[in-house]
Design a protein around this ligand. Structure first.
Ligand code: A3P
Length: 296
């Protein structure tokens, strides 16, 4: 009750030009100084690109597909969120990490340039998941409606502009996907796409397995694909964020496991909004060629 009474939609404060929730910005130095172990794995995403899904796949791979083992705790306890700071008594990501022994699986939404340099100095493995801008935006819009700590999304039309201008929490989607894309070879980052995971989850689970130098049987891979289907994760209390109290995540507004599809943007963008968005997209993305798909 104490925690819920202090829940509020936190204002954003820029950290090196990137808007972050004030609790994150106010603790920035301790986040930047975090030093991982070389055995730690980073899972990095722009918010709503498929983080939780990837965390679940990785945890299952690390536990040879053991469903019960992966129900030992909710996602953010099994795989802490590096930069998250909430009002006390909620533990920060750094508090949780301090109590865990490496190898740890660490989630972040930080853009590449804000990832603590210790990750690259220690040559940690990192998986980046990218999702096409329009679906990512729609998913983020619903999340901002239900997550009572994020700024109010306001009407959808205005939200599109905030997204295009990089004004949402964790900043510009365009800079985010480009930042990791440009560093992926140098830093040995596995760069995945949500759309590929939807299209052929087995292929992507196998890619993750190989990247992690793991080897699990074909049968276990099938089991992992099944356990990490949208439907099964939606019903899994250790994966569906029902661990977060309703004053924080009001899942009656929109469930965390909302739809899990490619192309839902078509149900939200008008033809005019889509045209405007695409024109701006061309400009913002002209310097890179990242093979995004808005439909599969
Ligand atoms: P939607 O809002 O489009 O449904 P994140 O974990 O990065 O916050 O991303 C959440 C998004 O990924 C939500 O998208 C959620 O439904 C979707 N998602 C979560 N688990 C999934 C799964 N197993 N398969 C497909 N989509 C999944």
């Amino acid at each position: 009750h104490k925690a819920s009474s202090s829940i509020t939609r936190f204002p954003l404060i820029p950290v090196r030009g990137v808007p972050l929730m004030n609790y994150i910005a106010n603790n920035w130095d301790s986040i930047w100084d975090f030093c991982p172990d070389p055995s730690d794995l980073l899972i990095a995403t722009y918010p709503k690109a498929g983080t939780t899904w990837t965390q679940e796949i990785v945890d299952l791979l690390l536990h040879n597909g053991d469903a019960e083992a992966c129900k030992r705790a909710p996602t953010p306890v099994r795989s802490p969120f590096l930069e998250i700071f909430s009002p006390p008594p909620i533990p920060s990501g750094l508090d949780l990490l301090e109590k865990m022994d490496p190898p740890r699986v660490i989630k972040t939404h930080l853009p590449f340039q804000l990832v603590p340099p210790g990750f690259w100095e220690n040559k940690c493995k990192a998986i980046y998941v990218a999702r096409n801008a329009k679906d990512n935006l729609v998913s983020y819009y619903y999340f901002d409606l239900m997550n009572q700590t994020q700024p109010e999304p306001g009407p959808f039309g205005g939200y599109i502009h905030k997204f295009m201008q990089g004004q949402l929490s964790w900043g510009s989607w365009y800079d985010h996907v480009k930042g990791y894309w440009l560093e992926r070879e140098k830093r040995n980052i596995l760069y995945l796409f949500y759309e590929d995971m939807k299209e052929n989850p087995r292929r992507e689970v196998e890619r993750i397995m190989k990247y992690l130098d793991l080897s699990v049987s074909d049968e276990v891979i099938s089991q992992i694909v099944e356990l990490t289907s949208f439907k099964n994760m939606k019903e899994n209390p250790m994966a569906n964020y029902s661990c977060v109290p309703s004053p924080v995540f009001d899942q009656s507004i929109s469930p965390f496991m909302r739809k899990g599809e490619v192309g839902d943007w078509k149900n939200h963008f008008t033809a005019e909004q889509s045209k405007l968005f695409d024109e701006d997209y061309e400009k913002q993305m002209k310097d890179v060629d990242i093979p995004f798909r808005t439909l599969i």
